[in-house]
Design a protein. Sequence first.
Length: 373
Amino acid sequence: MKEQFNRLPRPTFKWMKVNALELDVTKTEKPGSAFMRERHEGDAAVQFYNGNQLPDLGDFEGANKEALRETLEDGNVNCRITVPDGGRASVWLVYEVSEAAPELVGQLYIDAGRDSELHLYTLFEGDAPHGLVNIFHYIQTGDHARVTVSKVQVQSSRVRHIDQRLTRDGAGSQVKFVSAEIGGREAVIHVKAQLDHDDSEFRSQSMYLGTGEQVVDYSYWVPTKGCRTFTDILTTGALMDRSKKYFRGTIDFLRGGKKAVGSESDVCLLLNKGVHSISIPLLLCKEDDVEGNHASSSGQVDQDMLFYLMSRGLSEAGARLVIVESNIRPVIDQLGDEKLENRAMQAVREKMQVCYQKGECDDQCAKRFPNLD
């Protein structure tokens, strides 16, 4: 039995089979008790709670209705971060799946006051049979607030990872996500950013590395109502083995949102035959005084670049690793925390080597990625 995730807000032809991601239904019980590691600096108040503390979500349906319902009713790792007007804070959260706590479900409620600044660093790690992580980021910003969320996800290939995000802006505010989606059996990212007020900004930079049978699925929907809003979305990464990546990005320029600027880009390196990359960057427009850009590219490693690197003494495998890292490193460098950056790069390098060591690649892929130690 299948269930759908990340349905396009404006569906296209059914025969194209790109309107939604279909995954096997996983039977889960109500999550048991769990805990997360936390530390913070500055003016933030961090509270863990039971039940639902979120306000009315309007028409937000999340990755799908059931995934959203779980975070609203069955959360076991609910957390609220509050930064007062004019406050400055940094918060670090670690979510770890284990056999004792195989399911982590909950809300991450961020309330940033007027003229405040918050940088949140999150690490998702661990392993458990039939593991599940389902986190709902709800971000509410006051006027001229700045919120940055840096995320590294390195969970095992036995964990389904669902990340749902809803942002509501204040005038002149900025919300930015920087994420490294490296682990997980399936990584489902669903984002809705409401730019209702003038001069507000939404930015998202994400990298991924798919191996084995892994599925990475991104969905962005950014309706812009305010004047002079700014949207910038980038996903970039590489696919190996039989992995799949989907990108559904929709920037919706609504009537009245004059002088709005929006761009979205999806870049994918295909490292062997058998991978699958689908990209749907969509612009919708009801306002004529706007600027929208969208781009998508996927292809194999550039042979001229490969030859150049090998002529400087690198092996073919080493040269391919350099090319992959050059593609994803600009995103990782924006995480803003040295430990998180190192963890992400270590996971990328280990993943490309473990793929060979465990014999998961086909013969062609094994030749391209031998053990680089």
